[in-house]
Design a protein around this ligand. Sequence first.
Ligand SMILES: C[S@@+](CC[C@H](N)C(=O)[O-])C[C@H]1O[C@@H](n2cnc3c(N)ncnc32)[C@H](O)[C@@H]1O
Length: 438
Amino acid sequence: MAPKSREPFDAKIGGLSHDGRGITRIDGKVWFIEGALPGEKVIVRPIRGKRSYSLGIAETILDPSASRIEPRCTAFGVCGGCALQHLEYPEQLAFKKTSVTETLGAAGVKVPQDIVQLQTEPWSYRRRARLGARLVPKKGGVLVGFRERNKSFITPLSNCPVIHPSVDPVLAKIPQLIGQLSIPDRIPQIEVAAGENGTALVFRHLSPLTESDLSSLKQFAIQEGLLIYTQAKGPETAIPLDASATPELFYTLQAFDLRIWFSVTQFVQVNAAVNELLVELAVDWLAPNDKDRILDLFCGLGNFSLALARRAGQVLGVEGDESLVRKAAENASANGINNARFQTRDLFSDSVLDWDPGHYSQVLVDPPRSGAIDVLKNISSGLKPDRIAYVSCNPATLARDAAYLTGPGGYRLTRLAVADMFPHTAHIESATLFARSA
Ligand SMILES: C[S@@+](CC[C@H](N)C(=O)[O-])C[C@H]1O[C@@H](n2cnc3c(N)ncnc32)[C@H](O)[C@@H]1O
């Protein structure tokens, strides 16, 4: 039935959108329906209409999908952290695989038949998270949690089944801790960083903390066995409350005998176990030997570069964030690696062709969501490596870039993997391998 004004209406759901909403078409217009799954008949409450599409919420599920399950988290549906907890896990994996293959296919990229799926335990995986905090007296005090879906409100979370297990039991206690500080309305966010040797909470504060605040935070840290940092301004201003008793955090890449150190506000891949599989896969695909020179672009703190350096002759890692480049170099020396170098460059404005890094047999790229089209144009026309491994967190830009590489770029897509780095969310991580056509 076609919706009139903002009256609820019933609809049959066709597919799932890239962000995990059910899709239906009414009178030629696309509707994205939150909480609805493919095949379901639902009653939709309209939320917003745009020129080219409209948004609604599945208010009642009239005919549920066989794949629908009870979400584990009571905040599911409100909290913006997860989008797919109502879909059984194997179906989430299937949805992500289909999303990647369809997006590549729609861009005209020929997809290999065998697709690798990387997955591990789908709960308690988030070792990095940014929680929002807000004092809302009419809701009873300080709220701490992820933002609500499509809104800037905070979803108060007393537990979270996807966050690292060292943080989950503490979540419910953070509001009270902030509530007893002198500036409960000046703490907008708490970052979580969990390493193998400890978990840090980084309290961003917009006004100075008093001695008594610092002592409350210290007491909390001791009581909960956590490391607490305060952050007055940008990420580089994060300082531990007790520097002498605060170790730097690390994670390991066991297959490469690597211990990778990181600062609490630095980028690390969110899911430690899936990251390990992804690094192993990329190294396996590039299969370097001691004659090979490998270029790792968007290398961060050396996650892929250092693993590659264990097998390759030489590795050059390039990254835009100077503090990550410094950390990558420190990580190399801490792990006894002397065949990896690191450089700071803005890869979007500084063309690979201008700084001419020399010959590289293999290149790995792991760009941000915007992808790396110009970088890949320059690599394929200038450096012409035999193989390019591309790790992507956005199927849309991957498809655009892959279409270039497999078209004018002169490469074939030979391997594809979909890695479930963010279970229960609609985020899709994938890896592809391109081989230079003869
Ligand atoms: C998806 S992360 C990958 C990091 C690393 N490969 C890893 O596995 O930990 C993307 C990286 O791109 C870097 N980056 C973003 N914009 C950049 C730019 N314009 N030039 C160089 N690096 C950039 C970010 O700092 C970040 O480290």
